[in-house]
Every structure is written in structure tokens, then in C-alpha cells.
Design a protein around this ligand. Structure first.
Ligand SMILES: Nc1ncnc2c1ncn2[C@@H]1O[C@H](COP(=O)(O)OP(=O)(O)OP(=O)(O)O)[C@@H](O)[C@H]1O
Ligand SMILES: [Mg+2]
Length: 208
């Protein structure tokens, strides 16, 4: 089983969006996915409740209540991290993860907060010793804007691979509202799927 933690202590940067869409993408690819929500806001659990019975099933668990023993049949665990991550929970979640994905928005405030989160992450022994993969995802990117250029420069200096850039699209909100992913709603543009290709490749094959 591969455990993937979606984390950034900055609120609203896209953790739950990444968690729910990645979980659905992996389920569609044939994985048995367990989505564990470690955020007390329970956004991912709410999403799963809205998920239509006809969609690919995703099993969910509330991390804060204890996820219990993970069934042997589960091949991917995706954990939605909370904002303002406290130290104890942070270390517990990182210990569980094989891979840590960190969404970052193209705003100066987000970059500052993300920088300090990365510093905390890099201070952990397992990360220093390269025992886990850490990758950054630029989120809500708009092409050819100065903010996007700035984010690109900033992301490049964080010392971890930038594996994908997800564009800003209403499709994410629409999918979230109906318990679906951008891969499952009608009318989502093909370029959105393209944005995800390097991310899925990285998770599935460690390919950059
Ligand atoms: N690529 C995107 N395009 C458009 N909207 C997006 C995108 N990513 C996220 N959003 C929207 O931004 C808002 C915040 O996203 P989300 O809830 O995933 O962030 P979060 O990091 O989980 O927040 P929190 O820290 O509160 O848990 C949501 O309304 C979501 O639909
Ligand atoms: Mg969230």
C-alpha cells in the first residue's frame, strides 16, 4: 500500500481539492482507495457523502477518530491534511506517509506560509534522510500572469520537485459540489485532465 499525504498548513490552498480528485483518479485507475480525512472541518468526508452511488466507490475514514486497521485490499491511502497543522498531528501524518504532496497558491501570502511549512517538513529526520518523496503542486494557476511567473520562480527555489501545475477552473467547484472529481463530471475541459497527468505519473511510477 502507498500512503499519500496532502499537506500544507496554509488554509484554502487546495488540499481537499487535491485529495478528492486524486482519490477519484486512483479509484478510476483500478485502485482500492481509502481516503482518510485528518481535518476537523471534514471537507473530504462531506464530499464522499455527496458522492453518487453510481460513481467508483471510495472508502473513507476520519483520521481523528482513528482509522483502525487498514484492510489488506487497500492499495492507496490518501490523507487530507488540516490547515494550521499542530506539531503532534503533523509528525503522526508524516510518519504514515510514503509521499507528501503540497499544493501552493500563486499569492505572496501563500508562498510565505508555504515556505515556513516546508522548513518544518525539512527539519524532520525522515525527510532530511530522503526516506519520503516530497512534491509540490502549483494550484489555481493562470497562464501568463505575473503571479504565475512569481509562483514558478518561488516553487523552483523550495528544494523539492514541482510535479504539476493545476489551472484555476470552475470545474473543481462543480465537481466538489456533487461528490465527483474533474475526471467524472461532464463538460470538464481536456486540458484539466492533462494538468493531472504528471501528478498521477509521479504517484504511480515516481516519474517526473
Ligand atoms: N484549481 C482550482 N481551481 C478553482 N478552484 C479551486 C482550485 N483548487 C481549489 N479551488 C477552490 O478553492 C477553495 C479552497 O480549496 P480547498 O478546500 O481544496 O482548500 P484546502 O487547502 O483544503 O482548505 P482548508 O485549509 O480550509 O482545508 C475551494 O472552494 C475549492 O473549490
Ligand atoms: Mg481542506
Amino acid at each position: 500500500m502507498l500512503s499519500i499525504l496532502i499537506a500544507n498548513s496554509k488554509g484554502g490552498c487546495g488540499k481537499s481539492t487535491l485529495t478528492t480528485n486524486l482519490s477519484a483518479a486512483l479509484a478510476l485507475a483500478g485502485h482500492e482507495v481509502l481516503l482518510a480525512d485528518a481535518d476537523r472541518q471534514r471537507s473530504s468526508l462531506g464530499w464522499a457523502k455527496r458522492r453518487p452511488k453510481t460513481a467508483k466507490p471510495i472508502v473513507v475514514a476520519d483520521w481523528n477518530k482513528g482509522i483502525g486497521e487498514i484492510p489488506k485490499t487497500v492499495t492507496r491511502l490518501v490523507i487530507d491534511g488540516p490547515a494550521g497543522l499542530r506539531k503532534e498531528l503533523f509528525e503522526e501524518l508524516v510518519a504514515q506517509a510514503d509521499l507528501i504532496l503540497m499544493p501552493v497558491l500563486p499569492s505572496a501570502f501563500d508562498q510565505e506560509a508555504s515556505q515556513s511549512f516546508i522548513e518544518k517538513l525539512d527539519a524532520l529526520k525522515s525527510i532530511r534522510k530522503n526516506r519520503k518523496g516530497v512534491a509540490i503542486i502549483g494550484n489555481r494557476m493562470r497562464d501568463r500572469t505575473r503571479a504565475a511567473d512569481r509562483l514558478d520562480k518561488f516553487l523552483g527555489g523550495l528544494g523539492h520537485a514541482v510535479i504539476a501545475r493545476l489551472r484555476d477552473s470552475q470545474a473543481y467547484g462543480e465537481a466538489a459540489a456533487t461528490g465527483l472529481s474533474v475526471f467524472e463530471i461532464r463538460g470538464a475541459r481536456a486540458v484539466i485532465r492533462e494538468d493531472w497527468r504528471p501528478l498521477i505519473d509521479y504517484v504511480e511510477h515516481g516519474v517526473l
